[in-house]
Design a protein around this ligand. Structure first.
Ligand code: HEC
Ligand code: HEC
Ligand code: HEC
Length: 403
């Protein structure tokens, strides 16, 4: 009897310790090793480490509590993949310590934020999110600035540098990296599909810019809906009357376009809205349905009041044509289509005058002052007054009417 009792203590003791050891091995050590193997198999050999500035930016990101509202983890679910791109792999954050994956998504996921927005957009947004996104609940971080969105302190620059690194390693791993990760992935077909099946690593519209054309907008659109969309999405930058003077405009270079001073073809508006404007803060609006984009296009066109056009004598036109061929065609293209031989060199495309016509005043202003924040320089030191106004007039003649 006594002996049996002693045995049961022993059995219980051994079993207790045994189960404890087993659970540590099964739940702690084993998954850790699988993950480690997976990371080793999938990750590129030399992922980039953060520079000193990017590292400081990361510390500021943690300090300001950005991770309370933003995740850095695209989950294995179709909606995430559709919105943000391929699901996150474990190796992407191997150097993150402590990690900043976040658990709540009050704002969008940021794991692929690098290169999605222009620097002036990011800084203006940090300075005052509601200037650019009317209904944003993101707090402003003005203490990272010297009183204006285009006067960032070191801290804002570091934070921006860090935001630009998000998604960088995965993008740098390239197609070879994706193939290698796919081969090493010890996962189900469904997971594989979500992790590697989507054609886009980064599904942001500005990254996909220009791929596969843009939709054709229709001439009709609900004006009330258009107005409402315009005031909540566009007025912050372009201003309530489309004059390019919204509260968010001050820190942007180039400034938001003055819509009231332009005629646009419907095609031009389709491509602007669908793709945004490369190299500027103008976002792509692909999450809006085509009817909404058409309604917006009507609002944009409504800002412009047609002015009586002065008819200029032929010799002025000839002068304009000569000036244009000598100084402007290399960027704006022989036929004004914005496709001159030098056009490809610039992050911001030269204006396509066939698709948009600035008012005479706006055209002259662009020639006199240049377009700040773009490669369009002032021409006052190179052209006479007569040449300036002739060229300003001449470029308006390329416009291809109202479609
Ligand atoms: C209270 C929650 C909250 C906090 C804290 C917060 N954000 Fe946001 N953030 C949002 C929301 C909501 C949006 C979406 C609306 C908008 O664009 O302003 C957003 C949008 C963004 C975007 C735009 C993403 C895109 O491309 O559309 C970036 C970048 C961003 N936040 C960075 C930050 C950084 C950096 C911090 C910390 C300094 C931060 N956020 C803190 C809520 C927050
Ligand atoms: C974050 C600020 C911002 C927001 C929001 C914004 N835009 Fe823009 N938009 C710009 C900037 C900057 C440009 C580029 C100006 C340039 O290229 O000189 C631009 C360019 C354009 C153009 C091209 C015209 C041209 O002359 O270059 C159109 C059309 C346009 N925006 C319409 C809209 C509409 C409609 C909305 C709302 C759905 C909108 N924008 C929202 C900043 C913004
Ligand atoms: C180095 C290339 C380059 C050259 C050369 C150049 N431009 Fe431009 N031009 C641009 C760019 C880039 C823009 C700005 C596009 C934007 O704001 O999105 C621009 C804008 C303009 C605009 C304003 C368009 C608008 O819709 O508001 C006018 C007008 C213009 N250019 C006329 C000329 C004329 C006339 C010449 C020759 C005297 C000339 N440009 C030479 C690149 C160039």
């Amino acid at each position: 009897m006594k002996r049996a009792l002693r045995m049961s203590y022993l059995v219980a003791g051994v079993a207790g310790i045994g189960f404890f050891v087993m659970s540590v091995l099964l739940l702690g050590v084993w998954p850790g090793r699988v993950l480690e193997q997976q990371i080793r198999g999938m990750s590129p050999d030399h992922p980039l480490r953060l520079t000193a500035s990017e590292q400081r930016g990361r510390t500021i990101y943690a300090r300001e509590g950005c991770a309370y509202c933003h995740t850095q983890q695209v989950r294995y679910v179709p909606n995430d993949v559709a919105r943000f791109g391929a699901a996150s792999l474990a190796w992407e954050t191997i150097f993150d310590y402590p990690h900043l994956w976040g658990t709540r998504r009050i704002g969008p996921d940021l794991s692929r934020e690098g290169a999605v927005r222009s620097a002036d957009w990011q800084l203006s947004h940090l300075y005052s999110p509601r200037g650019l996104v009317a209904d944003s609940v993101m707090p402003a971080f003005p203490w990272l600035f010297d009183g204006a969105p285009d006067r960032p302190r070191q801290e804002a620059q570091d934070l921006l540098a860090y935001l630009e690194t998000l998604g960088r390693n995965r993008a740098l791993a390239g197609p070879e990296g994706e193939a290698r990760a796919r081969a090493a992935c010890n996962c189900s077909d469904d997971e594989k599909q979500l992790a590697f099946g989507s054609p886009a690593l980064n599904a942001s519209p500005s990254i996909a810019r220009g791929q596969g054309g843009y939709p054709k907008l229709s001439e009709s659109g609900d004006p009330n809906r258009g107005q409402q969309l315009y005031s909540s999405n566009c007025a912050g930058c372009h201003g309530l009357r489309g004059e390019g003077d919204g509260p968010g405009a001050a820190g942007l270079h180039p400034r938001p376009a003055n819509l009231s001073e332009h005629d646009y073809t419907l095609d031009r508006l389709g491509s602007s809205l669908w793709n945004g404007s490369a190299g500027t803060a103008m976002p792509a609006w692909r999450d809006l349905p085509i009817e909404d984009l058409s309604a917006l296009a009507q609002v944009v066109r409504g800002f412009h009041q047609a002015q009586p056009e002065p008819a200029l004598p032929q010799d002025v036109l000839d002068l304009g044509s000569r000036v244009y061929a000598a100084h402007c065609a290399q960027c704006h293209g022989e036929n004004g289509a914005g496709d001159g031989s030098a056009a490809g060199q610039f992050p911001i495309a030269p204006t396509n005058f066939r698709a948009q016509r600035p008012s005479l005043a706006a055209s002259l202003r662009a020639l006199r002052n240049g377009v700040e924040g773009t490669p369009m320089a002032p021409w006052t030191s190179q052209l006479s007054e007569a040449e300036l106004s002739a060229a300003a007039y001449f470029v308006r003649g390329f416009f291809q009417g109202g479609n």
